[in-house]
Design a protein around this ligand. Structure first.
Ligand code: ADP
Length: 368
């Protein structure tokens, strides 16, 4: 049976029940990080708790005030599962989207790097919405922002908050914003934000999801009005489902469209070159680009994956055993491989859907 003791003196007396209702013995700690008191929480291993505490405690070994009333197990969950150590995406990894990159740099990266300059009239919005079809690089942009701004990156899917965490979601949201404020500058990326802030639920919406939404908006309001170096990025494929309150807080709204022909070519070349498989002529590349109109970045990646199986499948068909196959014997990927792959990998976004994004962009988008 795991003993949940709380992190510090302040947690003592505030909550004597853990997330799953385990009893918390009323043992007073010294108010700071005392490994003896915190390890073993909620069945996590000692190393994980120790790492998490090292990240969050100040130089004095004290747990920051903001975190003291929060559930230790949720703080640990945020630190271990939601906080990403190194998102490892740079602008150069993202094809196309030059305009979005430029706007994001000015709107969010510079302010995160130079808060002293971006205050008063120049103070930036704290909420950014990236909307558009699935698989177009919204998550990549979120990660790149964190990387370029040297910020801590927190990534959570709103649908997991509403499904998996319903009931506890509110507390998790508090822990998320609490930990983020201790790890500034911070970027909180919320995927599928529509499932959290959608207008659909307003009539007869579930009590728990209504509370979750309220908590989320309160937290956003909190850091919006303060001097906190926290940016919230919401991503959605269903911007039209966001309600007015959500739009108000997500002050910048950038349309992330399907990749242009040049961006599609870039993705193909980049992925094949990485593996030393690129031998296509300019003409063949042009053909591939013409045949992939309407494909998303993620569709392109799947297409390249499938095409690059072509040489392997051919070798095996000729009777070469997979265990005896030499990598050098495989021929480069050809246009024919792409043509075959195009039969298998179809575009995931329909033309009708694009109309919805464009209309919403005209009405609410920042760059329209
Ligand atoms: P979204 O968040 O918009 O649904 P992601 O950012 O998760 O899409 O993209 C999924 C995958 O598709 C990425 O990991 C990447 O391999 C590929 N991809 C999508 N858009 C791009 C892009 N603009 N440049 C390079 N790769 C892309």
């Amino acid at each position: 049976n795991v003993i949940n003791r709380g992190y510090g003196a302040r947690s003592y007396g505030h909550s004597n029940r853990g997330i799953r209702g385990n009893f918390v013995p009323p043992i007073k700690s010294n108010g700071g990080y005392n490994p003896g008191n915190v390890i073993g929480l909620q069945g996590k291993n000692d190393d994980s708790t120790r790492r998490c505490m090292e990240l969050l405690c100040g130089p004095d070994g004290e747990l920051p005030e903001k975190l003291r009333n929060l559930e230790p197990s949720l703080i640990e969950h945020v630190s271990n599962e939601i906080m990403e150590r190194d998102p490892n995406v740079r602008w150069d990894d993202i094809a196309g989207l030059d305009h979005a990159k430029k706007c994001v740099t000015e709107m969010v990266i510079w302010p995160l790097l130079r808060p002293d300059i971006f205050k008063g009239c120049r103070s930036p919005g704290r909420g950014l919405l990236l909307f558009g079809p699935p698989g177009t690089g919204k998550t990549m942009i979120g990660k790149a922002i964190a990387g370029e701004a040297k910020a801590t990156f927190f990534s959570i899917s709103a649908s997991s908050l509403t499904s998996k965490w319903l009931g506890e979601g509110e507390k998790l949201v508090r822990a998320l914003f609490g930990v983020a404020s201790c790890r500034q500058p911070a970027v909180i990326f919320v995927d599928e934000i529509d499932s959290l802030l959608s207008q659909r639920k307003s009539e007869g919406e579930h009590e728990a999801s209504r509370r979750l939404k309220t908590q989320f908006l309160i937290e956003m309001e909190g850091f919006d009005s303060g001097n906190e170096q926290i940016l919230l990025i919401g991503a959605t494929n269903r911007p039209h489902e966001l309600d007015e309150a959500a739009r108000r807080r997500l002050t910048k709204r950038l349309y992330i469209p399907l990749p242009s022909s040049e961006a599609r070519a870039w993705i193909v070349r980049n992925l094949l070159q990485k593996d030393g498989l690129f031998k296509l002529s300019q003409e063949e590349m042009d053909t591939i680009c013409n045949l992939t109109e309407g494909y998303s970045g993620s569709d392109m990646k799947n297409l390249v994956k499938d095409a690059s199986m072509g040489p392997l499948r051919e070798a095996l068909k000729q009777g070469i055993e997979i265990t005896k196959l030499q990598k050098e014997d495989l021929r480069p990927v050809t246009l024919q491989d792409f043509e075959n792959a195009l039969q298998e990998v179809r575009p995931s976004v329909s033309l009708n859907e694009l109309g919805v994004y464009e209309t919403w962009n005209k009405q609410f988008g920042s760059l329209a």
